[in-house]
Design a protein around this ligand. Structure first.
Ligand SMILES: [Zn+2]
Length: 320
C-alpha cells in the first residue's frame, strides 16, 4: 500500500509520540467527544499494524544516538485516572504495547484534577442558571444538557488560566453551589499507581496540581515540577525520569525557565503538546506530541503522515 511506503520513508529518524487522556468505557454525556474505549482499541490496532511502538524513554535515547527504527512511535497518557487500570492498561497489555503515563501527584494527597471537579459539580448544579457572582463569569443557563456542556467548556477555559489560589477559590464556590465535595471525585490511589508501574508501563510526572506554569511564581513552579517527581518516586519506589508540561504549549503554557527547572529537578526528558515529530535536533526536554482523532482509518493515516511533516515549536533553551 502506498501509505505504508510513504510512512516508511517519511518516518526515517523521526519519532511520533501520541497523547491520550481519560479514555472512558462510555463517553460522559457532559464530554461527548472524548475518545472512548472502542474507538481507542480500534486506533491501537490501526497504529500498531503500521508503527513500531517503543517505550518513550528508550525511543528518545535512540533518537539522539541515531539508532531509531523507521515507523517509531510512542504512546502516552496525561493526568491520571483510576479507570486506566480496568480500561487502557489491559487493552495495551493484550497487544503487548508499551505506554508512558504522566500523572498529577496532587491526587495522592486528596486533590482531584481541577477539570474533574468542574465536571462533578456541573453535573449536580441546581438549575436553571449558573450564577457564581463573578464579573468574568456572568450568569448563564444550565437548563439543558447542551447548556451544561457549554458551561463545562466555559469554566475549563476560564479556570485554566488562573493562579492556583484563584482557581481553588472558584472551584470551592462551584462545589458549594452544587452541594458536592471534592473528595467525592474519583482519584487514582497509590496501590493503583504501583500496579500500573509493576505492569511495566512508564510513569512520568505532570506536576502536582496541574497549573499553567507561566502563571506560577518561580518557587511555585519549582515545587510543582520537582515535588511531583519526589512524590511519585516515593510511591513507586523507582526513579521517575519523564515530565509532561501541563497544557503543554511552548510559549503559551511554559517558557525556558520551566525547561531549566525540569532539568534541575533531575528529569531526563519532557514532552509538550505541540504537534509534530521529534528528530535528532529536537531537545529531549521538548518532545512534541499529537492526538489522532479521526473516525476513519484513511483519515487517521492521513493525520499520522501530516504530523510527520510538522515541525515542532520549541522555546529556546540555555546552552549546556
Ligand atoms: Zn494534563
Amino acid at each position: 500500500m502506498i501509505s505504508r511506503l510513504v510512512l516508511q520513508s517519511l518516518s526515517k529518524d523521526k519519532l511520533s509520540v501520541f497523547l491520550f487522556h481519560k479514555v472512558p468505557l462510555q463517553c460522559d454525556p457532559l464530554v461527548p467527544f472524548d475518545v472512548d474505549m472502542a474507538r481507542f482499541e480500534h486506533l491501537l490496532d490501526h497504529m500498531s499494524s503500521r508503527l513500531q511502538v517503543l517505550p518513550l524513554e528508550e525511543a528518545v535515547a535512540r533518537l539522539h544516538a541515531g539508532r531509531l527504527p523507521r515507523r517509531a512511535a510512542c504512546i502516552t497518557f496525561d493526568d491520571g485516572y483510576p479507570d486506566w487500570l480496568s480500561g487502557v492498561a489491559p487493552a495495551l497489555l493484550r497487544r503487548n504495547l508499551h505506554a508512558t503515563f504522566f500523572i498529577t501527584s496532587g491526587q495522592f494527597d486528596g486533590v482531584p484534577l481541577w477539570h474533574e471537579r468542574i465536571l462533578a459539580a456541573v453535573r449536580r448544579l441546581p438549575g436553571p442558571l449558573l450564577d457564581l457572582g463573578i464579573p468574568s463569569l456572568p450568569a448563564q443557563s444550565i437548563a439543558s444538557l447542551d447548556d451544561r456542556r457549554r458551561q463545562v467548556q466555559r469554566l475549563e477555559q476560564e479556570l485554566k488560566y488562573l493562579t492556583l489560589t484563584r482557581r481553588e477559590q472558584i472551584l470551592q464556590q462551584l462545589e458549594a453551589l452544587a452541594g458536592v465535595k471534592s473528595t467525592d471525585v474519583p482519584v487514582m490511589s497509590e496501590p493503583q499507581l504501583r500496579d500500573l508501574h509493576s505492569q511495566g508501563f512508564g510513569i512520568g510526572a505532570h506536576t502536582a496540581l496541574h497549573p499553567i506554569l507561566d502563571y506560577c511564581s518561580a518557587e511555585e513552579a519549582e515545587r510543582e515540577i520537582g515535588g511531583a517527581r519526589e512524590r511519585l518516586q516515593a510511591i513507586v519506589g523507582a526513579s521517575v525520569t519523564g515530565f509532561a508540561y501541563p497544557n503543554g504549549r511552548p510559549y503559551a503554557d511554559f517558557s525556558r525557565l520551566h525547561v531549566d527547572a525540569v532539568k534541575r529537578a533531575g528529569y531526563r526528558y519532557a514532552v509538550t503538546t505541540h504537534w509534530g515529530v521529534a528528530d535528532a535536533g529536537t531537545s529531549p526536554f521538548q518532545i512534541p506530541r499529537f492526538t489522532p482523532w479521526a473516525e476513519r482509518d484513511w483519515h487517521v493515516t492521513y493525520q499520522l503522515l501530516r504530523n510527520l511533516m510538522t515541525e515542532p515549536l520549541q522555546v529556546p533553551e540555555v546552552a549546556e
